[in-house]
Design a protein around this ligand. Structure first.
Ligand SMILES: Nc1ncnc2c1ncn2[C@@H]1O[C@H](COP(=O)(O)OP(=O)(O)OP(=O)(O)O)[C@@H](O)[C@H]1O
Ligand SMILES: [Mg+2]
Length: 509
C-alpha cells in the first residue's frame, strides 16, 4: 500500500478543551477502499478526532490532507463537500417526512411548471431506488421515517452519506443498536463501499467485529496515538494490551457470591400488547447474578421496564421477599429498592445539560424529594459532592471535575455516571440492561467487579446482555427469552454459545 492510496491524512492533531487535552499530536492515514478501525478506551479521544475530521471541531493544531492536498474544514457542510461523511450515534431524522425526503433533505430535486418550482417527486423516487439498489437495501422510499426502526434509520444515514459521493465515511459505534442480521447487512454494505473505493473509519468496542472487517487498526490511549497496524498482524489480546497499556490476563473477576433465599419472584407476567412479554415466570435470589439472554426484540427490556413500574402489566404478580407488591411507577420501584440502568442512555438516561454531580444524585433525589430542610442544604451539598466523587473514583470516570456537563463526557464515561446514579440509591435488586454497551475492556472489568461485590453483599442482580461471553462469564444462572416468552433456563457454568443461541431463536411450541 503506497502513499498515493491515502485519501485522508491527519497529521499531529491537537485538540484542547477547557481543562482537558483531548488530543495530543495524533496522526492517522486512511487508505482508499479500506476499513480503518479506530480503537481505544473510553475517553481516549476517538470521537473527538473524528469530529475534527468532520468539521464539528477545529483542531487546536495540526494539519489535514485530502488526496494529498492540505485542507481545512470550516464546518460539517464543508467537510461533506470535500468528501467526508459521518454517521452519528444520535440520529435526527425528520419523522413526519418520507425516507426519500430524508435522504435528499436540503438538495431535493425541483422541476418547473410554468413559473413555479415544484418538488420533482418522480426524479427523487427514481434516484432513491437507484441508490438503494446499489447498496442492496430493501426500504420503501415513500415510507414515513417515523415508522422505521432506529437501526433502519442508521442504514438510511449510510445511504445518505453515499448519496453525497463520500470518499470517507466515518462510523462511530454503528452497531451498538443493531441486531445481528442488521449488522450483517451493514457489513455487506461496507464491503460494497470498499469495492467502490470508499474508505470507512470504524469505531467500535467490539473486538470480534474489528478483526472481522478491518484492514488496518489505529489504537489511541489518553488522547495520544499508540500506533497503527495491519489488522492481520493483530489478535484480541494484542489490541487489549495496547489499548490499556498493560496486559489484561482476565476478562472477568473471581466470583465469591453465594446465592441465598429468593429475593424477587415474578409469576405469569403478561402484557396484552401483542408484541410484548407473555406468561413470564422467574426468580432471582439474594446474592445471585441472573443473566437474561436473547436476541434484540425478545422483549427483555420491556419485561424489565414493567417490573420497574414504567410499563403496564395486565396480569401476573411480583413478590419481593415473599410479599406481593404493586409497582406502578418508577418511584414505587425505587421505594421497593429496585434500580434499573437502561440500555439507551441518550433517550432515557442522561440529562445532557446537567453536571456529572447532578446526573449522579438524580435518582436518589427523586426518592427523597423535599426531605431536606434548607438549613441542612450546605451539609447536603457536601454529601452530594462526596457521593459523586466516590463514584468518579471507584468507577474511574474520566471527567475534568464533577461540575462538568455530562454531555462533554465520552460515551462510555456517561454510562458509568448512570451506573453510579443507581448504586447511590442502594438497591437490593439491580437490573442492568446491556450495562457494558459502548464500554471499553478495562472499564468492563471494573463494572463486573462492582457487580460481583454487590452480589457478594447479598444484592440481587439481573443483567440483560446480548454478549455471550459476558452472559457466561458473569451469570450464576441464565434465562433466555424469545419473542416475549422465556424459552430456556440454564446454569451459568454449563451454558454454551450454542445452548443460548438455540433458546434465543426457538419459538415457543
Ligand atoms: N466538547 C467537549 N468539551 C470538553 N471536553 C470534551 C468535549 N468533547 C470531548 N471531551 C473530552 O475529551 C476526551 C475524549 O473524549 P472522546 O469522546 O473523544 O472519547 P472516545 O474515545 O470517543 O470515548 P468513548 O469510547 O467512551 O466514546 C474525554 O475526556 C472527554 O471528556
Ligand atoms: Mg466516542
Amino acid at each position: 500500500m503506497g502513499k498515493s492510496d491515502v485519501v485522508l491524512e491527519m497529521r499531529n492533531i491537537d485538540k484542547e478543551f477547557p481543562g482537558v487535552k483531548a488530543l495530543n499530536h495524533v496522526s492517522l492515514q486512511v487508505r482508499k477502499g479500506t476499513v480503518h478501525a479506530l480503537m481505544g478506551e473510553n475517553g481516549a479521544g476517538k470521537s473527538t478526532l473524528m469530529k475534527c475530521a468532520f468539521g464539528i471541531y477545529h483542531p487546536s493544531a495540526g494539519e489535514i490532507f485530502i488526496d494529498g492536498e492540505k485542507t481545512e474544514f470550516k464546518n460539517t457542510r464543508d467537510a461533506m463537500d470535500q468528501g467526508i461523511s459521518m454517521i452519528h450515534q444520535e440520529l435526527h431524522p425528520i419523522n413526519t417526512r418520507s425516507v426519500m425526503e430524508n435522504i435528499w433533505v436540503g438538495r431535493v430535486p425541483h422541476r418547473k411548471i410554468g413559473p413555479i418550482h415544484v418538488v420533482d417527486e418522480r426524479k427523487m423516487y427514481k434516484e432513491t431506488v437507484e441508490l438503494f439498489k446499489g447498496l442492496n437495501l430493501d426500504i420503501d422510499p415513500r415510507k414515513k421515517v417515523g415508522e422505521l426502526s432506529v437501526s433502519i434509520c442508521q442504514l438510511l444515514e449510510i445511504a445518505r452519506a453515499v448519496s453525497y459521493g463520500a470518499k470517507v465515511i466515518i462510523m462511530d459505534e454503528p452497531t451498538s443498536s443493531l441486531t445481528e442480521t442488521e449488522t450483517e447487512i451493514l457489513f455487506a454494505i461496507i464491503k460494497k463501499l470498499k469495492v467502490q473505493g470508499v474508505a470507512i473509519i470504524y469505531i467500535s468496542h467490539k473486538m470480534e467485529e474489528i478483526l472481522k472487517i478491518s484492514d488496518e487498526v489505529t489504537i489511541m490511549r489518553d488522547g495520544s496515538l499508540v500506533g497503527s497496524w495491519i489488522a492481520n498482524e493483530l489478535t484480541q489480546d494484542l489490541i487489549v494490551t495496547r489499548m490499556v497499556g498493560r496486559e489484561m490476563t482476565q476478562r472477568f473477576p473471581q466470583r465469591h457470591n453465594v446465592p441465598g433465599d429468593i429475593m424477587l419472584e415474578v409469576e405469569n407476567l403478561t402484557s396484552v400488547n401483542p408484541h410484548s412479554f407473555k406468561g413470564v415466570s422467574f426468580h432471582v435470589k439474594k446474592g445471585e447474578i441472573l443473566g437474561v439472554g436473547g436476541l434484540v426484540g425478545a422483549q427483555r427490556t420491556e419485561l424489565m421496564e414493567a417490573i420497574f413500574g414504567i410499563r403496564k402489566i395486565d396480569s401476573g404478580s411480583i413478590k419481593i421477599n415473599g410479599k406481593q407488591v404493586q409497582i406502578k411507577s418508577a418511584s414505587d420501584a425505587i421505594e421497593n429498592k429496585i434500580a434499573l440502568l437502561t440500555e439507551e442512555r441518550r433517550s432515557t438516561g442522561i440529562v445532557p445539560m446537567l453536571s456529572v454531580l447532578e446526573n449522579t444524585v438524580l435518582a436518589k433525589q427523586t426518592a427523597h424529594t423535599h426531605k431536606y430542610q434548607t438549613s441542612l442544604r450546605l451539609l447536603v451539598d457536601r454529601k452530594r459532592a462526596d457521593d459523586t466523587l466516590q463514584f468518579v473514583d471507584s468507577l474511574s470516570i474520566k471527567t475534568p471535575n464533577i461540575k462538568t456537563q455530562i454531555q462533554y463526557l465520552s460515551g462510555g464515561n456517561q454510562q458509568k455516571v448512570l451506573l453510579g446514579r443507581w448504586l447511590l440509591t442502594e438497591p437490593e435488586i439491580l437490573i442492568l440492561d446491556e450495562p457494558t454497551r459502548g464500554i471499553d475492556v478495562g472499564a468492563k472489568y471494573e463494572i463486573y467487579t462492582i457487580m460481583e461485590q454487590l452480589a457478594s453483599q447479598g444484592k440481587s442482580i439481573i443483567m440483560i446482555s446480548s454478549e455471550m461471553t459476558e452472559l457466561m462469564g458473569m451469570s450464576d444462572r441464565i434465562i433466555v427469552m424469545c419473542e416475549g416468552y422465556i424459552s430456556g433456563m440454564m446454569d451459568g457454568k454449563t451454558a454454551t454459545d450454542e445452548k443460548i443461541m438455540h433458546c434465543a431463536s426457538s419459538h415457543r411450541n
